[in-house]
Write a protein that binds this ligand. Structure first.
Ligand SMILES: Cc1cc2nc3c(=O)[nH]c(=O)nc-3n(C[C@H](O)[C@H](O)[C@H](O)COP(=O)(O)O)c2cc1C
Length: 189
């Protein structure tokens, strides 16, 4: 019997027209189609200040909301922009906040299964940044799928409705989302 799975999907960009947000939405739809509960969240909707240990005695509400969602999920779909060959500051800041442990609570990223995606206007599609994102999630105790999606030439890669124009790339996104859902289900057996 298939087990219920819950996935949170987000991009590491606050930009209204973020290509990574468009990409992660396509992956989220595929995960929904593969039978998972999926919630797409926008980091811009959470009040997440720049991390400062002095603020930790009174965790900002937006941080707590994101943290609770992630702790409650079985898996994540994360699309990260590449900034200067690495992770975006927005994503790193959010991950740093959410990674902070709380008494008697499971660390939010521990045992979470993560699928990574990236798109950028360049030819490499953000793969250098994704390597850093992968290291960070592994360090926080997540299981990161070996497969990942990297989409170059983002200005040409999506049609007006935000769908990937390259069918083979669209099918790879579908496969990644299916793998995420099936891996989570296997881990629940
Ligand atoms: C500070 C900064 C650094 C960037 N560095 C890179 C980079 O190293 N490699 C790359 O492919 N694109 C780089 N870009 C371009 C981003 O990939 C591009 O703006 C992308 O659309 C951002 O993702 P988004 O559309 O999801 O917001 C950089 C952009 C900014 C603002």
């Amino acid at each position: 019997m298939t087990k219920a799975t819950k996935i949170i999907a987000f991009a590491g960009s606050l930009r209204k027209d973020s290509f990574n947000a468009v990409l992660v939405k396509q992956a989220a739809e595929a995960a929904l189609y593969a039978g998972s509960e999926v919630e797409v969240v926008n980091l811009a909707d959470f009040d997440i200040p720049l991390f400062n240990e002095e603020l930790e005695s009174n965790t900002p509400e937006g941080v707590q909301q994101l943290k609770d969602k992630i702790r409650d999920a079985d898996g994540l779909l994360v699309a990260s922009p590449e900034y200067n060959g690495s992770i975006s500051g927005v994503l790193k800041n959010a991950l740093d906040w959410v990674s902070r442990t709380e008494p008697d609570q499971k660390p939010a990223f521990r045992d979470t299964t993560v699928a990574l995606l990236s798109t950028s206007p360049g030819g490499l599609g953000g793969i250098r940044g994704l390597n850093h994102v992968r290291d960070i999630f592994v360090g926080m105790g997540s299981l990161v799928l070996s497969n990942q999606i990297v989409v170059g030439s983002s200005y040409q890669a999506f049609d007006q409705s935000g769908k990937l124009t390259d069918e083979s790339m669209a099918s790879r996104v579908e496969q990644l989302s299916q793998e995420l859902v099936s891996t989570i289900q296997k881990l629940k057996d």
